[in-house]
Ligand binder design. Structure first.
Ligand SMILES: Cc1cc2nc3c(=O)[nH]c(=O)nc-3n(C[C@H](O)[C@H](O)[C@H](O)COP(=O)(O)OP(=O)(O)OC[C@H]3O[C@@H](n4cnc5c(N)ncnc54)[C@H](O)[C@@H]3O)c2cc1C
Length: 249
């Protein structure tokens, strides 16, 4: 199996530079050599939708909103990466995850209870955002880095588009709706409720005219969605350099 080192794949927007790299290797470790493991305890683990959990962990480090941490039951290089979903001033680290049936770590994580031990790495990643106007586009648990940005006070002048499979999959929707108001767009095929666009987020995007070419577009979720959205944005005149993506795999 090839492992795409997405934090290297991603646009690196640190220091105003926009570097695109793709590293593919057969090394199963997605961790940078600088990552160190820290033993931590589960504070809480709540199932918030079918197969989706929000786990809270003791916090042992500072991070930038949008960064990830590696999680495992032991300090091992095959730790899985998870975006931090909590704000930089929150007491605990929160991770939003869904169970991948037959997966190695996510079913194990779903079983964790208050007081259980886990190993997390020091945070890393460049999927970070500034206080400038920008678009945040996510499907499913790909909302996690935007939740961290939002709970860290970066919600001003942001448009958030979230695609979900059901009306129950708009995680943190009360918090987003209260602040972002009409700049928070939920898309769900087959849903006809008020406030929810009935269709995929790609269909919503296709309908938009005059997307702002000078703003940054941040995409997070599974590869198919990220690639499809990237194509739509480029077709609609958004320069490639203004599109930043984090792919969950
Ligand atoms: C930068 C980044 C950030 C991420 N952030 C999040 C996040 O915030 N929340 C989140 O939920 N996820 C996130 N992910 C995804 C996460 O890291 C895991 O990949 C995911 O939870 C699955 O891990 P797992 O160990 O349970 O499954 P894995 O063991 O990795 O397996 C994944 C799937 O592949 C199947 N599979 C495994 N081996 C084989 C095989 N040999 N042949 C066929 N099928 C196979 C499994 O059955 C399973 O369905 C992120 C990924 C990246 C790269």
């Amino acid at each position: 199996m090839n492992y795409y080192h997405e934090n290297c794949v991603n646009s690196c927007n640190k220091g105003g530079k926009n570097i695109k790299k793709l590293i593919v290797s057969d090394n199963p470790s997605l961790l940078p050599s600088s990552a160190e493991f820290i033993k931590t305890k589960v504070i809480d683990n709540e199932q918030i939708a079918e197969g989706v959990f929000l786990i809270s962990l003791e916090r042992h480090f500072d991070f930038d909103p949008g960064q990830v941490t590696g999680i495992h039951f032991k300090p091992a290089p095959d730790a899985r990466l998870y975006s931090i979903a909590s704000g930089i001033n929150d007491e605990h680290i929160k991770i939003l995850f869904d169970i991948q049936p037959g997966g190695f770590i996510s079913p194990f994580l779903a079983e964790r209870k208050k007081g259980d031990n886990l190993f997390v790495t020091t945070p890393f990643g460049w999927f970070t955002c500034y206080e400038k106007p920008a678009w945040w586009i996510a499907t499913g648990t790909g909302i996690a880095p935007f939740a961290s940005m939002f709970f860290s006070g970066l919600g001003k002048d942001k448009i958030l588009i979230h695609g979900g499979r059901t009306a129950g999959s708009f995680f943190f929707q009360e918090e987003f709706a209260a602040v972002l108001q009409e700049n928070y767009i939920r898309c769900c095929p087959g849903e006809n409720r008020e406030g929810i666009y009935s269709g995929r987020l790609t269909a919503w995007l296709e309908e938009q005219e005059n997307l702002p070419a000078d703003q940054a577009f941040y995409l997070c979720g599974r590869a198919e969605m990220v690639v499809e959205v990237r194509d739509i944005l480029i077709r609609k005149g958004i320069p490639f350099k203004n599109i930043y993506s984090e792919i969950y795999f």
